[in-house]
Design a protein around this ligand. Structure first.
Ligand SMILES: Cc1cc2nc3c(=O)[nH]c(=O)nc-3n(C[C@H](O)[C@H](O)[C@H](O)COP(=O)(O)OP(=O)(O)OC[C@H]3O[C@@H](n4cnc5c(N)ncnc54)[C@H](O)[C@@H]3O)c2cc1C
Length: 440
């Protein structure tokens, strides 16, 4: 068993109190590790806020478990501590890949299930848990249980999108997607406004779509978008997963390096390059994980760290008001110089088999990063209230600032969730800073 006391912050790197990370090594030391409770579960720490933070944390990356690929059916039985990057690299040569991938490969299977992560294909494929066939989990009373959509559906629901608050996922059986090659046919369309971009996202026939949004330039340039569309290469081709990061940021900058004039210049370069780009084939990793090209890019924001704001606005609102609420949010964040790395994406229906607090659902999502200044914190809190007023929701895997009453306003299923949580964790064994803050 390894115990490390240190600062275990979220990906946003905002200052956090020291905490103890307990690594169950060898894996059968899990029971011993679980004697210390309440405790939070932590995978690769890629959630931005405090979902994987707390005074005592269990390091779930140690849960390496099995790795068994049924090559005929594309079923993979895998330990929850393995990363999606590792799985992709091992399965692609056999013509299979995870059906849903988020924007970084450094995410564990357990973390992907707990946040029910979504990818660029949510509008056609749903989120990660839609492709989970079966789970094996250690629950609070010490039992190790199997569950799925038919067997113990309530446990399956508590684990899928339940933010690690109803048990430790030990292993999962995933239904993978067949692949002829690892390339993606990709094209980019420049749209002068959010309105045009949302129309394009909605009418696109591509399986993978996302819009890069300029959330930092003033005037007419605010909200211009590059809509990226992609489909897996239909013909047989090389099956390679991802290149290693090109560079790594060796240390956290003493000050924020992502300032408004830099963001504006960067966005202008992205826009000019994007609007001239020609359709072409991109290798798997470059298509899904462009941000992974720079390891530790979060250190660019300096010691204060940064916040990510990600909301989902329902289709009914967007049908009534068009993109006006998104435009209002972009203007709102210009109060702190605007956001960096902003993206918009349409999403498909909610998966009723997942936790009532799970994020994905029908509508469109907007995400942007913003240096964690006191002013930005205030703007994010106000934006959270705006989203609650509009009937939208905030992605807990990204959030650091929601308060319990605002979260309750945006989560109609909260009481059902609390009942589910009580049934699987009556004594409050699992606890993260996020669950304390939001009274989950
Ligand atoms: C660059 C970048 C891009 C991203 N892009 C996307 C995206 O496109 N779509 C998207 O949906 N998300 C995206 N994310 C967010 C990320 O996918 C999620 O936060 C994911 O949950 C992180 O997984 P992790 O292994 O790092 O888990 P952590 O961040 O360590 O933990 C996340 C949650 O999982 C729980 N957990 C961890 N292991 C287990 C386990 N074994 N059993 C039960 N619960 C567990 C934790 O308690 C916590 O609540 C992105 C993050 C980054 C940094």
């Amino acid at each position: 068993m390894r115990r490390v006391v240190g600062r275990h912050a979220g990906w946003g790197n905002t200052p956090s109190a020291p905490s103890r990370l307990v690594t169950p090594e060898p894996e059968d030391a899990l029971d011993e590790a679980l004697r210390e409770f309440p405790l939070g579960l932590r995978g690769l720490g890629r959630s931005y806020g405090d979902a994987a933070c707390g005074p005592v944390l269990l390091d779930t990356t140690a849960l390496r478990g099995p790795f068994e690929l049924d090559q005929d059916r594309g079923l993979l039985r895998v330990g929850a501590g393995r990363s999606l990057g590792e799985i992709t690299a091992l399965c692609l040569p056999w013509g299979w890949a995870p059906a849903v991938l988020p924007g970084t490969r450094h995410v564990t299977v357990g973390g992907a299930i707990a946040a029910d992560v979504h990818g660029k294909n949510h509008h056609v494929a749903g989120a990660f848990c839609a492709h989970v066939v079966r789970l094996r989990a250690r629950v609070a009373d010490g039992r190790v249980l199997e569950c799925g959509r038919v067997e113990r559906p309530d446990l399956f629901q508590a684990l899928c999108g339940g933010m690690g608050l109803c048990g430790v996922v030990l292993e999962a059986t995933l239904k993978l997607e067949a692949r002829q090659g690892s390339g993606f046919l990709r094209s980019t369309l420049a749209c002068a406004s959010l309105d045009q971009a949302l129309d394009r996202l909605r009418s696109s026939s591509a399986s993978h779509t996302v819009a890069w949004v300029d959330a930092a330039s003033p005037g007419r340039a605010l909200g211009r978008c590059l809509v990226h569309e992609g489909d897996p290469q239909p013909d047989p081709g090389p099956l390679e997963a991802a290149r290693d990061a090109w560079i790594a940021l060796p240390f956290t900058l003493p000050m924020n390096g992502v300032r408004p004039p830099i963001m504006r210049a960067f966005n202008e370069a992205v826009w000019q390059q994007g609007r001239r780009s020609k359709p072409g084939v991109q290798v798997h990793g470059d298509f899904f994980w462009p941000l992974d090209a720079v390891a530790h890019w979060n250190r660019l924001y300096g010691k204060q760290g940064f916040l990510q704001f990600q909301c989902l606005l329902p289709d009914e609102l967007l049908e009534r008001q068009g993109v006006a609420p998104f435009v209002e949010l972009l203007r709102h964040f210009m109060g702190a110089g605007g956001g960096s790395l902003a993206v918009m994406k349409t999403m498909g229906p909610r998966d009723e088999a997942t936790a009532p607090i799970a994020f994905p659902g029908k509508g469109a999502t907007l995400a942007l990063d913003i240096p964690a200044t006191p002013q930005a914190r205030e703007l994010v809190c106000k934006a959270n209230a705006m989203v609650a007023h509009w009937g939208g929701r905030i992605y807990l895997a990204k959030d650091a600032l929601l308060d319990a009453p605002t979260f309750a306003r945006m989560t109609p299923g909260l009481e059902a969730w609390r009942a589910l949580r009580r049934s699987w964790d009556p004594q409050g064994m699992w606890r993260s800073d996020l669950s304390t803050r939001l009274e989950l």
